[in-house]
Write a protein that binds this ligand. Sequence first.
Ligand code: ATP
Ligand code: MG
Length: 264
Amino acid sequence: MVSVEFENVNKQYDDGFQAVKGLSLDIKDKEFLVLLGPSGCGKSTTLRMLAGLEDVTEGDIRIDGMKVNHLPAGARGLGMVFQSYALYPHMSIRDNLSFGLRMMKGTEKLDANEISNRVEEIAQLLELDGHLDKKPKELSGGQRQRVALGRALVRRPKVLLMDEPLSNLDAELRHQMRNEIRRLHDELGTTTIYVTHDQIEAMTLADRIAILDKGELQQHCPPLDAYHNPANEFVRSFLCRHIDDLVDTANSLFKQPHQMEGQE
Ligand SMILES: Nc1ncnc2c1ncn2[C@@H]1O[C@H](COP(=O)(O)OP(=O)(O)OP(=O)(O)O)[C@@H](O)[C@H]1O
Ligand SMILES: [Mg+2]
């Protein structure tokens, strides 16, 4: 069981800016939660507080019921994937994948066999098994992003955190990787929190979405519920109108030329 809770969490940066205001949110065991909202609304700040990369100004964050506000990042059992995947350029894919495992100390330390088995297993899952002896520069963008994902998953994190992991990829790869990420989640069942400002990404990936605006939670529910019953004007405009516009655009593309105005 791995659940995550934010209770009345505030984040004020040193310059006085209040980036997150009174956030209360629960993420259930095995859930795929998407944090959605426009640029600057506080998505990364929220994720970074959970990861232990930013201090919490007020309120509590709990993992599995245990308050983690003051627990160092490395002790929280989380896996992280960011937009810039920063692989080690001089290491092979195999070494990139095993790096975190080789660094484990004390009771967590793994023997070489276990490390090699885990790397093989994750490489297969992500279809990287033919590439283990290559260097990152020999892979495509999508393959590199899969290595970044593998590097987080190989440690078997309690919770997987992703911050706009696909925004460096082209549309086709984004689409492929999105499906891949959801498939992996369904296979592994890792509780996942995924940050994006992309409404379609949120709608297609999430069990539930949490929509933020200016540091405040606007709505938290399954994506179709938000689409059909937006909680307020912000959600109506940011989510519903945006999706309706995309659907209109797509429909107009499928109109036959003879149906279009001025053509015959
Ligand atoms: N170190 C900091 N000091 C002061 N303000 C900050 C700091 N980091 C972020 N902010 C501000 O906090 C707000 C939220 O930032 P955050 O990075 O969480 O936004 P975001 O929702 O992730 O946006 P994006 O989609 O652009 O990544 C922004 O207005 C940002 O300028
Ligand atoms: Mg961000």
